[in-house]
Write a protein that binds this ligand. Structure first.
Ligand SMILES: [Zn+2]
Length: 271
């Protein structure tokens, strides 16, 4: 495999707030990366999986499906897109998840043989589900098949000022970015032609949050506050992402999971 990186959107969501353009975008994506490596394919985040498409309410819950306006489509699942690119799903040997919310972990069951790299705090929080919202965001059915978890803890190297960074594969790094959830992480992927992608997961929701000063439609801002587990860390880490973009934007292309404009700009490009 040549080291190419593919951009996949493995879900489309049209949130209720997006009916009023000033409140929120009308379309959100689930931006995932498919990375070719010497030992096979690595998938960064998984969007919705085929079992979510078959039974959206059973897998995700009615409130979740209606509030985020999930548009279920088998063709968007990672496994379908892996096949459409000419690979065999069994080529996906590793999956790295930014966190385990239902719109990021839904596709795990389509690759039951894969190693699933996750921050240890994230897996512990998802398993414990101590708050009422936890049962809405974390859907245990999505990992009922018993994934081959590889937990990463808070030690490791530094990467552009970020600490406790763990290499999870060739040129793929797990970069802790706590806030949205306790074990939320970004994933850095080295580009074959030089430079990096930093997939910041749900560390921010809107592309202009990378700018100084940042801006974000109020509906998306409210959604981030509703879903945050650790506000202080979320705000501090969003600030660090902004600093990284300002200082190294020419070298590091930062993307988040749900901004459609970032995805659309990169979808046609294959490194
Ligand atoms: Zn999300």
């Amino acid at each position: 495999m040549s080291g190419r990186i593919h951009h996949l959107s493995c879900a489309t969501m049209c949130p209720t707030a997006g009916r009023i353009p000033a409140l929120a975008p009308s379309r959100l994506v689930a931006h995932c990366l498919l990375v070719e490596g010497p030992a096979g394919l690595t998938l960064v985040d998984t969007g919705f999986g085929s079992a979510d498409v078959a039974d959206p309410v059973g897998r995700r819950g009615r409130l979740c499906v209606t509030a985020i306006g999930a548009r279920m489509d088998l063709a968007l699942t990672a496994v379908a897109q892996v096949r459409a690119l000419g690979y065999d799903p069994s080529d996906v040997r590793d999956i790295v998840v930014t966190h385990l919310d239902g719109d990021h972990a839904g596709g795990l069951g389509d690759f039951p043989w894969a190693r699933v790299h996750v921050h240890a705090d994230e897996l512990a929080t998802a398993r414990a589900r101590t708050k009422m919202l936890d049962n809405t965001r974390y859907r245990a059915k999505q990992w009922a098949h018993g994934p081959n978890w590889v937990e990463h803890r808070a030690d490791g190297d530094r990467w552009f000022g970020f600490e406790s960074v763990r290499a999870v594969g060739d040129g793929v790094l797990l970069v802790p970015l706590r806030g949205h959830t306790f074990g939320h992480s970004a994933v850095a992927v080295r580009r074959p032609g030089g430079g990096w992608f930093l997939h910041a997961g749900d560390g921010y929701y809107f592309t202009d949050e990378k700018l100084t000063p940042p801006s974000c439609p109020p509906g998306l801002r409210a959604m981030q506050v509703t879903m945050e587990m650790d506000r202080r860390s979320r705000i501090a880490n969003q600030h660090r992402v902004r600093e990284l973009h300002a200082a190294h934007g020419d070298e590091i292309t930062i993307i988040c999971a749900h901004d459609a404009s970032e995805f659309d700009a990169l979808a046609a490009v294959t490194d």
